[in-house]
Design a protein around this ligand. Structure first.
Ligand SMILES: CSC[C@H]1O[C@H](OP(=O)(O)O)[C@H](O)[C@@H]1O
Length: 351
């Protein structure tokens, strides 16, 4: 079993085809931005941070062996590729923020007369390659900050519930919400983790269960519809989920089903945490009403592994995400600490 979603070295990029998991562990080559766009759009690679890293690394693959006559030509091509890549999936903000950073770097290098075109290309490649290590270090920090928050005032093992997949298969490694669960376990204070199957793409049943079994964590798979019964019958200490886009007021877009879990958590007095790096926070939007929610093909709802499970002819609605209002969120666990939703915008501006 492998948990490395992304394999990159010196301009060569491969991704673990997550559409085949858990049955088959197969890497596919990403030979440039068209492959990158397609792999993200088809969800062969998914997860907000992983989408940003694979999108940008596909750009590195695209330009790695190319020669450019001028910095203007290089900057123009970078902008065109990045504009294309960000159309692969609309809800997670990470790829857009990463693309903006690369574009800003390219513009800065274009205007720096001490840098030639080859130097500009190498600087852009280096900045993107660094995203891999930074994501892993961010996730480790999120894990520690989250474990500290969940265990504050508690000296017994925890029962936790999570949704979708937020582990090594959604990031460059370790994970966000699943990283917190890993950090709690590293302190020998994880009693049990419950993961939802996360219909219709089944990231929980196919991917999170895969990671939990790989790590030999005490875990139980439940259906999305069991969350209320689970909180009503077993003492769950906290729910912890990931994020695809957090607005300035703390409203959070995450996998469909997250919102109703937050409502149930409120009803049962269970703390509800979002774990996300600052690369998932979009202070350019005031609240969750501005977040575009991706709608996916109905086949993802009507079929499982190519087998039809829904009556032919039935209409379908398949939003991939929903928005949890900030007032239902206990805290947002980031690499820079655990923030109340109301503290977010100021903390991000402090950069
Ligand atoms: C670590 S962010 C993971 C985030 O992304 C997932 O969505 P998808 O599988 O459609 O890319 C889900 O919302 C997770 O919380």
């Amino acid at each position: 079993m492998t948990l490395e979603a992304i394999k990159y070295k010196a301009g060569q990029l491969q991704i673990l085809d997550q559409l085949l998991l858990p049955g088959e562990s197969k890497y596919i080559l990403v030979a440039g931005v068209k492959d990158g766009w397609s792999a993200i759009h088809k969800m062969q690679v998914r997860g907000a941070p992983a989408i940003a890293i694979v999108g940008c690394l596909s750009l590195v693959v695209e330009i790695y062996d190319k020669q450019y006559d001028t910095k203007v030509a290089l900057e123009k091509e970078l902008g065109e590729h990045l504009q294309y890549l960000v159309t692969s999936r609309p809800t997670a903000v990470n790829l857009k923020l990463a693309a903006d950073e690369v574009k800003d770097l390219a513009t800065s290098l274009l205007n720096n007369e001490t840098v030639n075109v080859d130097g500009m290309k190498q600087e852009v490649i280096k900045s993107i390659e660094q995203m891999l290590e930074k994501d892993i270090s961010d996730n480790r920090a999120i894990g520690d900050n989250g474990a500290n928050a969940l265990l504050k005032g508690i000296d017994r093992p925890l029962k936790l519930l999570t949704h979708c997949n937020t582990g090594s298969l959604a990031t460059a490694g370790y994970g966000t919400a699943l990283g917190v669960i890993r950090s709690v376990n590293e302190r020998n204070l994880l009693d049990h983790v419950y993961c939802t199957e996360t219909r219709p793409y089944n990231q929980g049943a196919r991917l999170t269960a895969y990671e939990l079994v790989h790590d030999k964590l005490p875990a139980t798979l439940v259906t999305d519809s069991m969350v209320a019964a689970l909180l009503n019958s077993r003492k769950i200490d906290a729910i912890i989920v990931g994020a695809d886009r957090v607005a300035a007021n703390g409203d959070t877009a995450n996998k469909i089903g997250t919102y109703q879990m937050a409502v149930v958590a409120k009803h049962h007095g269970v703390p509800f945490y979002v774990a996300a790096p600052f690369t998932s926070i979009d202070v350019a939007i005031a609240d969750g009403s501005y977040i575009k929610i991706e709608e996916r093909p109905e086949q993802e709802l009507t079929h499982i592994a190519g087998q039809r499970i829904a009556a032919p002819g039935i209409g379908c609605w398949n939003p991939a995400f929903d928005v949890t209002p900030a007032e239902l969120i206990t805290g947002i666990i980031t690499e820079r600490g655990v923030l109340k939703p109301s503290e977010l915008a100021e903390k991000v501006r402090q950069k």
